[in-house]
Design a protein around this ligand. Structure first.
Ligand code: BGC
Length: 449
């Protein structure tokens, strides 16, 4: 087995997101987000679940930070709920700020470095009522929110991520309608929304830079890379070519690397995309400069891959026969992190953090009171082996965050899929039970040299 030693300076972390863990939905002056509205409407979420209580993290910060400390985490990635900080979308709520102040101070007291995500999908409902990501003014609303985060937390939080996975929240929420707010928009409308989202990111970066507090700032993109089905030159080449496709077929274009990466790092949309959709896009003077301000790092979330085969004509294959799958049928492809980091680094040369990666299972508490999750450990070992290969080949990867620290509300799938290193016993008062993988990860972190 590969020696999973990434050196002393590598950042080992775990990630969560506000709506998925906090609960306390009606406390601390928080207003409803689009996810509250969506999850409370019938038939949107598996078994009518919602995030009202979630993991009850809102009331258990001490306990959760103690678990992180015991795990030996160097860093913790969490998101801030916009409707807690600004219930009306625009004005600060001191109770919300206090909640995150408490969390941040606890982390720092325990030697854990906070990585703050500004937006992990819980848009205040009141802003959605004003058009949400469709309204071009949202980039100003977001800038105002980002400025507040920088002002209130920037003295202690030195790593900020503007947005989590714009491709996913846009595609799933506004095209396929399976995530909040549940809309089915045509491509013509989505094109301008991509731009609004990127501009919001750019304006948030501007606020970070203006504050001049040596905060490092980046964005987190999701990607399911195209990987060769066979280890032949032909498949390797084809996979790389498919990866840099500009998505001008209008189908899955929102998932493509270059739709987001090119404007962010080169200040221009790919030509194929412009040819197809340019007439749906208004770009104002200065927009592309704002969008492409230099970033300190790029966050990547990656869980699985798509195989590309040329053997009998070009084919995209979801799963090798017999390959492991998780509880929501995602395939375990060990080279996922190898390819995804290489592709993005080759294309954009920006230091990378894996801001999410993990395995969901149908974990249970056994009669011995423990949670045995060998599949998750196996998944992590395989994926980190792939990541190590990329690092050894010179890809600049600075850190790795497991998804997730604890089981949580998995969006439309509710509480069924369990992604955590810590099991949440939803039946018994949300008790926390560290899984075998928690101890495995602890050991891995300790062994770094
Ligand atoms: C998201 C998480 C989600 C995870 C597993 C990512 O798309 O950022 O919120 O729980 O994947 O589906």
């Amino acid at each position: 087995m590969t020696d999973l030693n990434f050196g002393k300076n590598f950042v080992w972390g775990a990630a969560t997101a506000a709506y998925q863990i906090e609960g306390g939905a009606y406390e601390g002056g928080r207003s409803p987000s689009i996810w509250d509205t969506f999850s409370h409407s019938p038939r949107n979420i598996k078994d009518f679940n919602n995030g009202d209580v979630a993991c009850d993290h809102f009331h258990r910060v001490d306990e959760d930070v103690a678990l992180m400390k015991e795990l030996g985490l160097k860093a913790y990635r969490f998101s801030v709920a916009w409707p807690r900080i600004m219930p009306d979308g625009f004005h600060e709520n001191q109770e919300g700020i206090q909640f995150y102040n408490y969390l941040i101070d606890k982390l720092l007291e325990n030697g854990i470095v906070p990585y703050m995500t500004m937006y992990h999908w819980d848009l205040p409902q009141c802003l959605q009522d004003m058009g949400g990501w469709e309204n071009p003014a949202i980039s100003d609303w977001f800038e105002n929110y980002a400025a507040s985060l920088v002002k209130n937390f920037g003295d202690r939080v030195k790593n900020m991520i503007t947005l989590n996975e714009p491709s996913i929240f846009l595609n799933m929420g506004y095209k396929e309608g399976v995530y909040a707010p549940g809309f089915h928009y045509p491509n013509e409308k989505l094109i301008q929304m991509v731009h609004n989202i990127l501009l919001a990111h750019g304006k948030a970066v501007r606020q970070v830079r203006l504050a001049n507090t040596n905060i490092k700032v980046g964005i987190t993109l999701a990607n399911t890379p195209d990987v060769p089905f066979e280890n032949t030159l032909e498949d390797i080449r084809q996979a790389a070519e498919s990866q840099s496709y500009t998505g001008d077929d209008g189908q899955y274009f929102l998932y493509e690397m270059r739709i987001w990466g090119d404007p962010l790092f080169y200040g221009k949309y790919p030509q194929g995309y412009l040819n197809r959709f340019g007439q749906n896009l208004t770009i104002n003077d200065g927009d592309m400069e704002l969008i492409s301000q230099p970033l300190d790092f790029l966050g990547l979330n990656s869980y699985s891959s798509v195989y590309v085969s040329k053997r009998n004509g070009l084919r995209f294959i979801q799963r090798r026969q017999g390959e492991a799958i998780n509880a929501i049928k995602w395939t375990t492809v060990p080279d996922t992190l190898y390819y995804v980091t290489k592709y993005f680094y080759d294309a954009y040369h920006c230091p990378i953090y894996i801001t999410e990666n993990g395995y969901c299972g149908n974990d249970v508490i056994s009669l011995d009171g423990k949670v045995h999750d060998p599949q998750r450990i196996d998944f992590y070992e395989k994926y980190l082996t792939g990541l190590k290969k990329a690092v050894d080949e010179g890809v600049d990867v600075r850190g790795y965050f497991t998804w997730s620290l604890m089981d949580n509300f998995e969006w439309d799938s509710g509480y069924d899929p369990r992604f955590g290193l810590v099991y949440i016993d939803y039946i018994n008062n949300c008790n926390r039970v560290p899984k075998d993988s928690y101890y495995w990860y602890k050991d891995l972190i300790q062994k770094q040299r």
